[in-house]
Design a protein around this ligand. Structure first.
Ligand code: PLP
Length: 473
């Protein structure tokens, strides 16, 4: 592709995205294809000779779009949002164009330093403690996902608790135990599996049935029982906005408990809800995070930053880099040896890394903190609107109190009716909702937070749900 052709096709690609967004409203939110339908539209092998790029753009419409569930659709309310935004896309595009590797400072100083500054900005904007900033003992890093951040936190916790023994000899010389509520994200168990502790090392601590928040007294009992049995508690996972219902564990209480046990690392998982702290009035759920050992939140969920961008901070970076640093000869360089720079390859499992901070920088500068606060506040206000609709129709009930922009509800008639109503809405293409179970009963999650959702979209979705229940009568 010549430079001129690249320019022309670049414009065409951006045009395609803008046209896609403009058309979204009329597309069914959930893809309606059957398994194998997309693959059947593609040739069995790669073309022997190159094709014009226009052919690919045409195939986006023909092959790809019908097989998409439209995450940027204004009536996408399933799972959690995966916000994109024009500024983030352009930032990501520039990162691809630059194509630099930022595994160590020396391979592209700007990749490291922009990331450090942008994460300091975000830490301040979220009200995180000064210790998490890059000019303190800790620092921030962009991970691909919160799952990787949680694994990384566990590796750092093991390093600190074992004084380096896990790094040298592996994790099998102690019976390490890890704690999270029954509502902790599954990435916690996966982290324990990947760290070599095994899934049985994870204690699923009971929750308060009404709030779904971790019962800290039960956590204390579990930790004490493990200590008494000679096991080594190493990390507590604290959910600030659980996946199922948006429940918030009491960070301050968990930190208080952990401090009584040497080396018990507290990792706060605010993957979805953490970014709400850009609004000072929406920080209550993070009370106590200032004393935690690590914190993760995903701008790629609810902060307008195209996947992937998971921001992770640690209070003391020595535990993290101690766990993961490794310096082969071919990466040796004067800057690393001077000790004056951060080499991000020591902050996560992989070596190679993209210039991810460019899209977050673009988001922070284009929308400003005021713009981001307006976006978060709009999600919270729209969720209140959903909750008001629920309260006004006695065929429905709230399962838990709305959490920020997440509303969990059910059809009073029962589980079957709840799931059937949700499936009717999803099958119609009108909106997309997802389900969970709370205390053994089925529930529908309405996760607001797309950057394109309006009151009209909420009302339209609600009418679809009401119609689905009316049709059951
Ligand atoms: N933690 C919580 C509370 C989540 O809700 C999720 C995903 O929804 C995750 C962790 C995992 O996030 P990721 O997909 O970035 O690994």
């Amino acid at each position: 592709m010549s430079p001129e052709e690249f320019r022309r096709q670049g414009h065409a690609a951006i045009d395609w995205i803008a046209d896609y967004w403009a058309a979204l409203d009329d597309l069914p939110v959930r893809s309606q294809v059957a398994p194998g339908e997309v693959a059947a539209l593609m040739p069995a092998s790669a073309p022997e000779t190159g094709e014009p790029f226009d052919a690919l753009l045409a195939d986006l419409d023909r092959v790809v779009v019908p097989g998409l569930t439209h995450w940027q659709h204004p009536r996408f309310f399933a799972y959690f949002p995966a916000n994109s935004s024009p500024a983030a896309i352009l930032g990501d595009l520039l990162s691809s164009g630059i194509g630099a590797q930022g595994m160590i400072w020396a391979t592209s100083p700007a990749v490291t330093e922009v990331e450090q500054v942008v994460l300091d900005w975000l830490a301040d904007a979220l009200g995180l403690p000064a210790a998490f900033r890059s000019d303190g003992p800790g620092g921030g890093v962009i991970q691909d996902t919160a799952s990787t951040a949680t694994l990384t936190a566990l590796l750092a916790a093991l390093h600190r608790a074992s004084a380096g023994d896990v790094r040298r000899r592996g994790a099998g010389h102690e019976q390490w135990t890890v704690y999270g509520s029954t509502q902790a994200h599954s990435s916690l168990v996966k982290a324990a599996m990947m760290a070599g502790l095994g899934e049985e090392s994870v204690r699923a601590v009971a929750v308060d049935p009404a709030t779904q928040a971790m019962d800290v007294a039960a956590l204390r009992e579990a930790v004490d029982a493990d200590v008494a049995a000679g096991r080594r508690p190493v990390m507590v996972h604290v959910a600030c906005g659980s996946t199922s219902t948006g429940a918030t564990d009491d960070v301050a209480a968990v930190v208080g408990l952990a401090r009584a046990h040497d080396d018990l690392w507290v990792h706060v998982d605010g993957a979805w809800a953490g970014v709400a702290a850009v609004c000072p009035e929406l920080r209550g759920h993070l009370r106590g995070v200032e004393d935690a050992d690590s914190f993760v939140t995903n701008p790629h969920k609810w902060l307008l930053t195209t996947f992937d961008c998971s921001t992770f901070w640690v209070r003391d970076r020595a535990a993290l880099t101690g766990a993961l640093t490794i310096l082969p000869e071919y990466l040796r360089n004067a800057a690393t040896e001077s000790g004056a720079v951060v080499d991000y390859r020591d902050w996560h499992p992989q070596l190679g890394r993209r210039f991810r901070s460019l899209k977050l920088w673009a988001v922070l500068r284009t929308y400003g903190l005021e713009g981001l606060r307006a976006h978060v506040r709009s999600g919270v206000a729209l969720a209140r609107r959903v909750a008001a609709h629920v309260a006004a129709d006695d065929r429905f009930e709230l399962v838990t109190q709305p959490s920020l922009s997440l509303v969990v509800l059910r059809v009073r008639a029962g589980d079957e009716q709840t799931l059937a109503a949700m499936e009717a809405v999803n099958a119609s293409g009108e909106a997309y909702l997802s389900h969970t179970t709370v205390e053994g009963r089925a529930a529908i999650r309405v996760a607001v937070g797309s950057w394109r959702t309006t009151e009209a979209d909420v009302d339209r979705t609600w009418r679809a749900l009401q119609d689905a229940v009316s049709a059951q009568a």
